[in-house]
Design a protein around this ligand. Sequence first.
Ligand SMILES: [Zn+2]
Length: 153
Amino acid sequence: MKYEEVPETIQISFEKIKKEYFPYLANAKILFLISKKKMMSKGRIVLGKIVKPSALVKYLSRNEAPDDGYDYIMYLDTKLVHHCDESDIERVLRHELRHIFYDSDSKNPYKLIDHDFSDFYDEVDLNKDDPNWANRVARTISLIYEQEKDQMS
Ligand SMILES: [Zn+2]
């Protein structure tokens, strides 16, 4: 299996972050999944990724997430979830949640937005204790994948 359920700690972190920074997501239904396979984009490791589920996935998840199924799916790297500090996981969660654009005027209010540079302005401020956190965490995770590969060969 390429995916795995997240530990309960992720859901707890999400609830905490949502209350503090994302009150407009009170009713958003987000499925968190661990990606057991390394996710890459433009030669860089991807720590987390948020997407809109397909119509089929929405339909299939209608019982689990009434009435319309999940609004979003967030994939998290397995090494991030299992080897990194809670504070770094929360940075990733917050970053991914910033990709959500809640359009209260629309009947499909849950949209996605991209950023102009590698982060969102609000996050830059929240991460000013460690502005280079994303590279640091990506490096740590890459090393863990490398070590694993070495052990297997
Ligand atoms: Zn992003």
